[in-house]
Write a protein that binds this ligand. Structure first.
Ligand code: HEC
Ligand code: HEC
Length: 192
């Protein structure tokens, strides 16, 4: 089996494990989301770590990805201090409920079938080079696995910070990057 495929299977297994605690309950998640809306519910609200960027939109993101991300903060694979603190206080059931709630909550990135706008030539080149659509979907909003994020419609400055975090050594949000995965395009070529 090639490395990328085995990594995907590992990721899928991890996501399946954490989500398996018990059935998700979107109604219960709605109540629990009271502690999230202070940051994720304010349009344009900005975070200041590791640099100033907008808090990512999570409404309409897939529930499995939300659970995977929360687990990564809880385990320390993702370093953001505030989210680490918040995730540490959540049980598997809380995460499953929150994922179920946000998945159905609507928001800009939410129609997984909407066609993506045509990117400028330079961006199209980077997307091709990184083979981004092979995982995130043709329109970048229909990932091949629900534990992968939808990207289209997300705040540009958050996506930039997220990509930089993967690139920084010892700050990888991917637990175990595999050499066979596509090389990331040079960040100097990215619009900031
Ligand atoms: C004090 C502000 C704050 C609160 C409260 C907060 N978050 Fe966050 N959240 C952030 C910031 C800032 C980030 C981006 C962190 C990073 O760069 O890794 C984030 C990232 C996330 C992500 C990852 C999104 C992605 O696209 O990868 C998820 C999922 C998430 N938060 C869920 C929640 C949930 C669920 C709650 C409530 C239980 C919550 N957050 C409460 C500020 C907050
Ligand atoms: C082999 C599959 C794969 C490929 C190819 C891939 N990604 Fe990803 N991407 C993922 C996974 C899985 C995650 C979630 C990782 C995590 O939880 O930290 C992710 C996360 C991201 C994030 C963070 C989103 C967020 O909400 O935090 C961005 C931005 C991103 N990818 C952009 C890209 C771009 C741009 C390309 C092409 C240059 C690309 N990806 C290629 C699998 C892939």
């Amino acid at each position: 089996m090639n490395k990328a495929l085995s990594m995907i299977l590992v990721l899928a297994a991890v996501a399946g494990f954490s989500g398996a605690a018990s059935a998700q309950d979107a109604k219960a998640g709605e109540k629990k989301a009271a502690m999230c809306i202070g940051c994720h519910g304010i349009p344009g609200y900005q975070a200041s770590f590791p640099e100033i960027h907008k808090v990512p939109m999570i409404s309409g993101q897939s529930g499995k990805y939300i659970v995977a991300a929360l687990n990564a903060y809880k385990k320390g694979e993702r370093k953001h201090p505030t989210m680490k603190g918040i995730a540490a206080s959540l049980t598997d059931q809380d995460m499953a409920d929150l994922g179920a709630f946000y998945e159905t909550h609507g928001g800009p990135a939410k129609n997984a079938d909407a066609p993506a706008p045509t990117p400028p030539a330079q961006v199209a080149e980077l997307l091709k080079k990184g083979n981004c659509a092979s995982c995130h979907g043709e329109n970048l909003n229909k990932p091949i696995d629900p534990s992968y994020p939808k990207l289209a419609g997300q705040h540009a400055d958050y996506l930039y910070v997220a990509l930089k975090a993967y690139q920084t050594e010892n700050n990888s949000r991917w637990a175990a990057p595999t050499p066979s995965w596509p090389a990331w395009p040079s960040l100097s070529a990215m619009p900031s």
